[in-house]
Design a protein around this ligand. Structure first.
Ligand SMILES: [Zn+2]
Length: 300
């Protein structure tokens, strides 16, 4: 009254405040009406989408998200707290681990499930997930996914471009499928084996370096990975049973791989006798090895 007016609040705001209070009680209290509404309109700790018509629930439902977003559970017995989706750690586990809603919709565990003799006993699966969904061990700059680790990480891109320049070849690292289809088809059989060895050994070496950093705290330098990959490719190229051509020499030399040249058969002398008229004899000779070989020649 001192500031003038009757100090009357808009009824809309008063109604919203009361509905918010009801939403808070619904989530936090154990009484007959809260148990009834929760069993009818909640599933796995969250409001269901389709529900029986109710004027009360229509008023409360829009405020449930506000209550949940601004609440923190204090763990007692944990029987009412949903392990994955409720906020009992400062942030819901599904948000911490970046788990997709379509995945965690079926996560129904309670905190009470992991309390043993008054102490938390976190399942192995949670430790595993927190290990997988975490920072990249190679660059420490991004969330580790398979695409990031093998194709997008600065360490991986450096390795792919290093080998691409050495071969020379442009690796399409947009996906595993694209990578395998960026390998040349028209090449010698030994070179084909080498290309495949490049892909296999480089991916394996990235994984090896990642595991060293993560589990042994032993960071592997880019140069060390290059030396490791280079030696593995050289070994695989040497074990190849394929054959090479002259044009492969620079790649074979880079990896220090012995050439597996095609065998040249012994030269056999033959006698040639000109045919009698009206016959004309035509001798042809020549060969093509993919698109790099000799063009056919014709001798009459
Ligand atoms: Zn990275």
């Amino acid at each position: 009254m001192g500031g003038g007016g009757l100090d009357l609040k808009p009824t809309r705001l008063v109604n919203e405040a009361l509905m918010l209070q009801l939403a808070w009680k619904l989530v936090s209290e154990d009484s007959q009406w809260t148990i009834l509404l929760c069993s009818r309109y909640f599933s796995n700790g969250r409001p269901i989408q389709d529900y029986f018509k109710s004027s009360i629930w229509c008023g409360i439902k829009p405020h449930i998200a506000t209550v949940i977003a601004n609440s923190l559970w204090v763990v007692g017995t944990g029987e009412k707290i949903h392990f994955w989706i409720d906020n009992w750690l400062g942030e819901p586990l599904v948000d911490i681990l970046h788990i997709d809603p379509l995945v965690y919709i079926n996560f129904t565990g309670l905190v009470s499930d992991v309390i043993s003799n008054g102490a938390l006993s976190v399942p192995f699966e949670v430790n595993l997930i927190s290990t997988v969904v975490s920072m990249c061990s190679l660059c420490l700059q991004a969330i580790e996914t398979s695409d990031h680790l093998f194709f997008q990480c600065i360490v991986a891109t450096s390795l792919w471009s290093w080998l691409g320049n050495s071969l020379p070849l442009v690796f399409d690292v947009s996906s595993f499928y694209a990578l395998l289809h960026s390998l040349p088809i028209s090449c010698s059989s030994q070179l084909k084996d080498i290309y495949l060895a490049v892909v296999v050994h480089l991916i394996h070496s990235i994984w090896w370096a990642r595991n060293n950093s993560r589990f042994s705290s032993n960071r592997v330098s880019l140069q060390a990975i290059q030396v490791w990959v280079h030696s593995l490719i050289g070994m695989s190229g040497g074990l190849s049973t394929g054959k090479c051509i002259v044009a492969d020499s620079s790649i074979l030399d880079f990896f220090k791989i012995a050439t597996h040249s095609r065998l040249i058969k012994d030269v056999v002398s033959v006698c040639w006798k000109a045919p009698t008229a009206p016959w004309v004899k035509v001798n042809t000779h020549g060969s093509v090895i993919y698109n790099l070989g000799v063009t056919p020649s014709l001798i009459i």
